[in-house]
Every structure is written in C-alpha cells, then in structure tokens.
Write a protein that binds this ligand. Structure first.
Ligand SMILES: [Cu+2]
Length: 454
C-alpha cells in the first residue's frame, strides 16, 4: 500500500516554485478573491489597432491584428490578443479613442451599449471609422447595465475579428464594492467568491499569412479552416501559465479557474468569433444566470430561471454568465480520506442544517458533505510502479493530500487539489494545428479549504 499522508499547507521549495508557476498574480487587487485581469477604474481609453505576432504552444507564430492600449494601464505596450478587458463600474461614462495602425480602416462596436461616435475619417456600415494615418474616432457610452459584454471591429468584421480585433467588457454592478464577495449583478443571488473569463476564439493562419503579405484580394473567407483555438487569447497549455508572462508579450491573459469546495465561481463565457464553441465544464452542473448581460428570469421578471447546464453552446457574439459550485456531494466517499483507509480522523459537523460541515460549528473542513463523511474510498489504487503520472497528481486521491511520487514526477499540484478539464466539446478544437492536446482547453482546480486563491 502506498503511504499517503495529509498536507493541507504546502511546504518546501518545490511548492513555492510551483506556486509561482501557477500563481494567479493580480496586482490590481488587494482582496483575497480571484478576479479577472483587465483595466479597472479608467474611463478614458486611447487605443490603436496594430499588428503583431502571436505565439502558439506548438512553436508556431501567427501574424495578427490587435488593440493596443496607448495609456499603458496594464503595461502591455503592444497590440494584444484579445484586446484589453475593460472592467467598468455601473454608471461610468466611457470614451474610447481609436486610431488605425493597420493597412485598412477600422472601427469598434459595443453591443449592448448606446454609443455615440465622433471624429474619424468616414462613415462605415456600422459606425464611424478611422483610417491609416487618419483622424482618431471617439466612441462614448454609459455603462448603464452590469454584466458581461464584448467589443470588436465593426469594419469588415468577418476579416478583422479573425485577425484578432475582439475584446471583453465587464460592467460591475453598483452593489459590488470589492471585498471577499463579489456580485455579478445588483442582487444578492449573483454573489461569487471567484471569477474567470472564457473568451473563445479561433484562427486560420492561412488567412493571416495572406494579410501579412497584403494579398487581401486572395483571401476567401468562405474557405476559412481554423486550426488554432484560444481561451482569452492563449491556446492550451499556454492558458495555464501565469498572466502577463514575458514570453507571451501579445497574450497577457490566462485561464486557470480555481476555487474551494462550496465556493461560487462566476464564469463569464464569450463567443468571440464566427463559430459556435460548446464549452463543457466538468465536475458539476452549473447555473446560467444571464445572457448578453441580461439576467435570465422567470415570467415574474424576478426569480432566476433554473437553468442547470453542463455545456454552454457559446454563440458568436453572445455572452453567458454562469455560477459554478463544487462540493463533492454524493460522491459516496470521504474526499478528505476515511479512517477506514488509514487516514487521520477529522470531524464533519453541520451547524446550520444544510448537510455540509461548518468550521464555526467545529467541523474540520468548511463545506464537507457530511453524509459521505468517513466513507471508504471505493477502489484499490494500483501500486506506484503500475501508474502513469501527470504533473497534477499529488500522490494522493484525497483533497489536500499528498504522497510518495517517483523522482521528477508530479509537482504541479502543491495543495492537493482536484483537477477537472474544462474544454470545448467540439473535440477537434482541442488541438494546436492537429497536435493533441491543446486549443480550447483549461483545467479547473478545486483546492482544499483555506488555500490562498488570488
Ligand atoms: Cu469532457
């Protein structure tokens, strides 16, 4: 039998190194809660649309067009993919000034907002446009309604969005004043502990190569054949690296959802390109609470609709807000390990009668499912020499546990969390130019209670 011991608090140099790799460094927030990276507390933006080279995990590089924040609010300093995430506060009056550093005229549209456009060089089919070496166009709107939104090019969008001109907008409700609990909308039942974005896009590098060579007349968008798929501008496994890493200068954002049992994770899903991507979240059902920045309510206009899902068919241009929770309820075994398996005893004491342990009532772990407390692990694990390892195996099947591993194995799971793949369920989208695994894929980690997640 493998020796398995418990280690809730990580220790040692290895853990620190790994945590640095996994760290969701978010210098903009003092609160302990994980929030989405982006530009906060700014209402006047100066953007230019320019070209750059994206990195893909297979060693490839794709010529792209992206929005660059000339204000340097996030220190990116180059065109980025996706464009900067604008994190606004409800009621903000926002102005975005745009110039074109592209070989084409361009523009921005902001679905869900009433926009006034001024300046620029010409009227496009959707809005005012700015042209190369031309006059800046200004877009002004008021962020009246909280929620998740997107922005993208309103000029030849079938090409310019493919090239990378797309980004996200989050409008925080008035009742979200920071702190340990956030709110997606102005109501208590939209509270969340952590927050993550899934902006879903894809690219056909053949189109990008023709654009780079100014051979626009040869681009046939009816023949588009994407071979790279991205979450927040990175293809897996790059989306699991920390945000703002120096080796991905044009792709600042990551996607590494983490939470503890019983915590609420707000998932903001954005269909960022012309294809539908069925985003599939493992580990539990979740509740869709809003679409296009509007709450999904019953006919009374008040009660949240009971929309339980395990896959969200993300539609081009659509945003969906969902709240995901993982408890381990009804697994049929004790996630912290039973004394029958030789694990140390712990207590599950349900103080408030909801079926889950409460530390305030003397429970060892917050939100353990007491009905499964001290139930034996249902299978016999193979011996070490009969296992194949991944970096995420802690050496123990138990939450917060760790155990002996062969030299060089494991190491990416210092807290003993449970990993679940969150991914596009269009399986071909789990590749980087035909190499599996990759593409539109991330790992959600359920970390033991008390794990610092920020
Ligand atoms: Cu799956």
């Amino acid at each position: 039998m493998n020796r398995i011991y418990r280690r809730i608090r990580p220790s040692g140099v290895l853990a620190i190194v790994v945590l640095t790799v996994l760290a969701l460094v978010n210098p903009g927030h003092a609160n302990a809660q994980a929030r989405i990276d982006g530009i906060e507390n700014v209402t006047a933006f100066s953007f230019t649309a320019g070209a750059g080279e994206l990195s893909t995990p297979d060693g490839g590089s794709i010529h792209f067009w992206g929005y660059q924040d000339l204000g340097g609010n996030e220190g990116v300093g180059v065109p980025q993919y996706p464009g900067p995430t604008l994190i606004l506060n409800q009621g903000d009056s926002v102005t975005i000034s745009l110039t074109s550093g592209l070989p084409q005229c361009t523009s921005m549209v902001f679905p869900g907002h009433t926009v006034t456009a001024s300046g620029g060089d010409q009227d496009g089919p959707l809005t005012r446009e700015t042209c190369p070496n031309g006059t800046a166009v200004n877009y002004t709107f008021t962020a009246t309604d909280p929620g998740t939104y997107t922005y993208y090019s309103g000029t030849q969008p079938e090409l310019q969005i493919e090239m990378g001109l797309v980004g996200a907008i989050i409008v925080r409700p008035a009742m979200d004043i920071g702190g340990d609990v956030g709110y997606a909308y102005d109501r208590a039942d939209t509270a969340f502990d952590h927050e993550v974005m899934f902006l879903l896009t894809s690219m056909d590098p053949g189109i990008h190569q023709l654009a780079e060579q100014n051979r626009f007349a040869e681009i046939d968008l009816t023949q588009r054949w994407p071979v790279y798929w991205f979450i927040n501008g990175r293809a897996a496994p790059d989306d699991l690296a920390a945000p703002f890493v120096g080796w991905l200068p044009h792709q600042p954002y990551n996607c590494t959802p983490r939470m503890s049992p019983g915590q609420r994770l707000l998932v903001r899903i954005i269909g960022g390109d012309r294809d539908q991507h069925p985003l599939h979240l493992h580990g539990n059902h979740y509740k869709e609470i809003a679409r296009y920045g509007r709450l999904l309510t019953l006919a009374d206009g008040e009660t949240l609709a009971p929309r339980k899902r395990f896959t969200t068919l993300s539609v081009p241009g659509q945003t969906v807000d969902a709240i995901f929770e993982w408890t381990g309820e009804k697994l049929g075994w004790d996630i912290y390990g039973s004394t029958l398996d030789g694990m140390p005893a712990h207590d599950c004491i349900d103080g408030d009668g909801d079926g889950f342990g409460d530390v305030s009532a003397g429970s060892t772990y917050e939100h353990e499912y007491c009905a499964d407390h001290d139930k034996k692990f249902p299978v016999v694990l193979p011996e070490t020499q009969n296992l194949a390892f991944g970096g995420w195996w802690s050496g123990s099947p138990y939450m917060g546990g760790s155990g002996a591993l062969p030299p060089g194995e494991g190491g990416l799971n210092p807290y003993g969390g449970f990993f679940f793949m969150w991914h596009s369920h269009a399986e071909k989208e789990l590749t980087n130019f035909d190499i599996f695994p990759g593409g539109m894929l991330s790992m959600m980690v359920v970390e033991p209670p008390g794990t610092p997640i920020h």
